[in-house]
Design a protein around this ligand. Structure first.
Ligand SMILES: NC(=O)c1ccc[n+]([C@@H]2O[C@H](COP(=O)([O-])OP(=O)(O)OC[C@H]3O[C@@H](n4cnc5c(N)ncnc54)[C@H](O)[C@@H]3O)[C@@H](O)[C@H]2O)c1
Length: 271
């Protein structure tokens, strides 16, 4: 059985992929979870649903309002988690935004800066604050029956995108942000490996969430049929499929994987 019975900090947990991660953690027996989102109301709804789905009798969850693009907000969110739960074993950083416009010629600088602030600064700030908190906590053995597997202080999973691997047209603001997520992940993985902290990112293709629906409103050529173009498995991802990869990356089942960008793309990046 996969073991994720510790404590998790999930950003963007009020919707989509982040919410699916919270619910899966609850089903698999997690003990404590903080759902951090810009939207406190949706985070609270996720906490209520996770509490109903939880299988650990000691389960406890809290919703907090946090803006990942602001250093003070991230710092106080992480401090709150440590104070309230004692440690952070897993972090899934799923808060992010999509493009606001699709322009084949030029993206406005203000939009470029917006995606930079939320998707790049957010990833930097969350990774930095969570890794610093993890570095201060007591290490645990990865597997008491295999001491050679060493110790673990925590695992961080950032949400990149298949747009961090391939380059769909007319979205430089999103592509550049997601390539940066991959870069932050790899740098943090190297720096934190000696401490027993792993840092990975996930690279999903289109996934059925409100963000995907919003992107459809912005790109006129994108619809339920065209979104599967170029995907050998001929469909988009479910949030549960992405959540299962996130939980795997958090668990000790991935204990020797760090700095990795895992494509969850039905084969899209093979072309
Ligand atoms: N859905 C897809 O097709 C897809 C594909 C690849 C990657 N992704 C990435 O996965 C992540 C999650 O996307 P999703 O589809 O679940 O989106 P979503 O819109 O369903 O959920 C995103 C959540 O992030 C929160 N959020 C937005 N800005 C925030 C901020 N500044 N601070 C804190 N929270 C904030 C929102 O309130 C929302 O609850 C994003 O990083 C996205 O780029 C999504």
């Amino acid at each position: 059985m996969i073991d994720t019975t510790g404590h998790a900090f999930v950003t963007g947990g009020g919707s989509g992929i982040g919410k699916a991660c919270v619910l899966l953690f609850a089903e698999l027996g997690i003990r404590g979870i903080v759902v951090a989102d810009l939207n406190l109301e949706t985070a609270q709804t996720t906490v209520a649903e996770a509490t109903a789905a939880a299988t650990n009798s000691d389960f406890r969850a809290e919703a907090i309002q946090m803006d990942v693009s602001l250093e003070e907000s991230v710092k106080s969110g992480v401090e709150h988690m440590v104070k309230s739960f004692g440690r952070i074993d897993y972090c899934v950083h799923s808060a992010g935004i999509t493009i606001q416009s699709s322009n084949p010629v030029a993206t406005s600088f203000s939009e470029f800066q917006l995606l930079d602030r939320v998707n790049v600064h957010g990833t930097f700030l969350v990774t930095k604050a969570v890794a610093a908190a993890m570095a201060l906590q007591e290490p645990k053995p990865v597997d008491t029956s295999s001491p050679e597997r060493g110790i673990v202080r925590g695992s961080i999973v950032n949400m990149a995108s298949i747009a961090a691997v391939i380059t769909p047209p007319s979205m430089v603001q999103y592509i550049s942000a997601k390539f940066a997520v991959n870069g932050i992940t790899k740098s943090a993985a190297i720096e934190n490996a000696p401490l027993g902290i792993r840092v990975n990112c996930l690279c999903p293709t289109w996934t059925e969430t409100p963000l995907y629906r919003k992107t459809m409103d912005i790109i006129p050529q994108l619809n339920d049929e065209t979104s599967t173009t170029g995907i050998p498995m001929q469909r988009i991802a479910t949030t549960k499929e992405v959540a299962q990869s996130a939980v795997f990356m958090c668990s000790t089942w991935s204990s020797f994987i760090t700095g990795h960008a895992l494509a969850i793309d039905g084969g899209m990046s093979l072309f």
